[in-house]
Design a protein around this ligand. Structure first.
Ligand SMILES: NC(=O)NCCC(=O)O
Ligand SMILES: [Zn+2]
Ligand SMILES: [Zn+2]
Length: 580
């Protein structure tokens, strides 16, 4: 990336506050907890342990009774997104500011090109919007919202030159961003070639479209129609289809914003059998609220909850999703922060399908999960770190720079007070939007300090972010977590595909199946392998290496079984036709 504005950090911010000691806290990583002090210099963790030797003049934060955790990584935000005729209220400044207030120190936003728009151009636009505004580090996923050979080329460039290692494809938003199954498969194959990670928005866009027509025709125009047009089955079908397509493409897969028990069940089944892996992300919205709000008599209230896939009316959904996060059926929790003001939501006043999709969450994601998941005993603090930070770092190849507290990791740190109580409300949230879907939720457990690249940006309740302090993170392809080890081939199409050459004159040729019969005696063939019963007989006849070995059909093989066959790789020389 060349034409993004160069970020200037004022001189007075460059040298002060470059040394920090977080003392007496309990460090929590995804794989364990330890009593340790954390010493930071110039944005990097330099020492960890007790009784550290620290230079004078270092600022000390006393974390007695507190947990010291890796800053959150929100893998799913939409800042300054124009969508469905609206523009999100949170821009990169307000959005990342709110993120920091909530304990998130890295966000991953989505570049979403218009149909036909160059992916590179869209990426550049996003960079120039974000670079000068972000208060914490950020990375970008890029949407593949249409398909052509030029898109493939641009994906290559984005991976190789711009540090993008994930691409989102839509199975919904028909006539806008939706790809068909062929395009999905080619896009996934391209991701595999580039060792990038394909992501999908899994909902059946055609069914949604038809259901919408029927609902509107029946006079259902309000926000409740949004949920009715796309029930759990519509999400689960797309999850299964996406997994099958990924399996056929032999690619890994990441399913964003999983919102229902049925979808998670579909993922669970795929995960047991699918290699390369499939990952699932859910949202703070799913565990912190529910689909009953679509029936609210107030349009503003109901419309504020409209996102896709929708919140579910099944009241057992939040707990089931939390359990899935705890059990590693789901690996991450994001916010899908995509906030539209009341005015923007009113674009769909008379037609639910025109309500801009999206809700808040970037600020409250961590506290909502702590309250619902940790305080309830469903998950422990280590799993909390895994799903809010470490797993995202691993999957998107930011590990262990991000997502881990260790010497040499970035000093993106949350000092978490597990006893701090507050009630979430739009009246005092930091986000730009005028509604909060978690309104009135009392949470016990919130950040007391948030350190972004070594700087205390949330200081005992006071927000001290610096606009433009964050940097763009290049995410390298070939994440070891996703692509570690060989990518096994599972689809028969991917297993050494070859044409079968067929002879026209009767001479056996590459790929022919030879019946072992008397007539073949003395013939020299090269086998490319054979079925198990054949193999046994061949071995009995003294053929040791059935793969790629050249051998003569011998007397011992004759007549053993006329159904036994050998696939010929090289045609036997010197044999006349007419034998077959
Ligand atoms: N999820 C949602 O409703 N809005 C944001 C766009 C998307 O992620 O599909
Ligand atoms: Zn989506
Ligand atoms: Zn989204």
């Amino acid at each position: 990336m060349t034409n993004a504005p160069v970020k200037k950090v004022p001189i007075h911010l460059q040298s002060s506050q470059n040394r920090l000691l977080i003392k007496n806290g309990r460090v929590v990583n995804d794989d364990g907890m330890e009593e340790a002090d954390v010493y930071i210099e110039d944005g990097i963790i330099k020492q960890m342990g007790r009784n550290l030797i620290i230079p004078g003049g270092t600022r000390v934060i006393d974390a007695t009774g507190k947990l010291v955790m890796p800053g959150g990584i929100d893998p799913h935000t939409h800042f300054e997104l124009e969508m469905m005729g609206g523009k999100t209220a949170d821009d990169f400044y307000k959005g990342t500011r709110a993120a920091v207030a909530g304990g998130t120190t890295t966000v991953m936003d989505f570049v979403l090109p218009q149909k036909g728009q160059s992916l590179l151009e869209a990426y550049s636009n996003w960079r120039s919007r974000a670079d000068s505004k972000v208060c914490c580090d950020y990375a970008l996923h890029v949407g593949v919202t249409w398909w052509s050979p030029s898109v493939k080329k641009e994906m290559e460039q984005l991976v190789n030159e711009h540090g993008v290692n994930s691409f989102k494809m839509f199975m919904a938003y028909k006539d806008a961003w939706m790809l068909d199954d062929y395009q999905l498969m080619v896009a996934m194959e391209t991701c595999l070639e580039l060792r990038a990670l394909p992501q999908v928005h899994a909902e059946n866009g055609s069914i949604i479209s038809r259901n919408t027509e029927k609902l509107l025709a029946a006079g259902v125009t309000g926000p409740e129609g949004h949920q009715l047009s796309r029930d759990e089955e519509v999400e689960a079908e797309a999850v299964t289809r996406a997994c099958v397509i990924a399996n056929q493409a032999n690619s890994p897969l990441y399913i964003v914003h999983m919102m229902s028990k049925s979808a998670v069940q579909a993922l669970r089944i795929a995960r047991t059998k699918q290699r390369p892996p499939v990952y699932g992300e859910t949202l703070a919205a799913t565990i912190g609220t529910d689909g009953s709000h679509y029936k609210n008599a107030c349009f503003r209230h109901a419309a504020a909850h409209v996102l896709s896939p929708p919140l579910r009316p099944d009241p057992s959904t939040p707990e089931a999703i939390l359990q899935a996060l705890a059990d590693d059926d789901l690996q991450l929790i994001g916010s899908d922060n995509c906030t539209f003001s009341e005015k923007e939501k009113e674009l769909g006043k008379n037609n639910f399908s025109k309500i801009p999709n999206g809700v808040n969450g970037v600020e409250d994601r961590m506290s909502v999960l702590w309250q619902k998941g940790v305080n309830s005993g469903i998950m422990d603090p280590c799993r909390f770190v895994a799903v809010t930070s470490a797993n995202a770092a691993r999957i998107f190849n930011l590990w262990p720079q991000k997502g881990r507290l260790a010497v040499n990791s970035d000093a993106d740190i949350v000092v978490w007070d597990p006893r701090l109580e507050r009630t979430i409300t739009a009246a005092n949230h930091k986000q730009a939007v005028d509604f909060n879907i978690f309104e009135g939720l009392r949470v016990v457990g919130s950040p007391q300090y948030v350190v972004v690249n070594g700087r205390v940006c949330f200081d005992d309740g006071e927000l001290r972010v610096v606009e433009g302090l964050g940097k763009y993170l290049k995410t390298e392809a070939n994440s070891p977590f996703v692509y570690g080890g060989e990518v096994p081939s599972r689809s028969p199409v991917n297993e050494a595909p070859h044409d079968i050459e067929r002879s026209t004159n009767g001479t056996p040729t590459h790929g022919d199946l030879l019946l072992v019969s008397k007539q073949l005696e003395g013939m020299s063939v090269t086998s490319s392998g054979c079925s198990t019963p054949t193999g046994r007989k061949m071995r009995e006849a003294g053929v040791r290496n059935l793969q790629n070995s050249t051998f003569s059909i011998s007397k011992e093989m004759e007549g053993l079984d006329t159904k036994t066959s050998v696939r010929v790789r090289n045609p036997p020389g010197g044999r006349s036709s007419g034998l077959w």
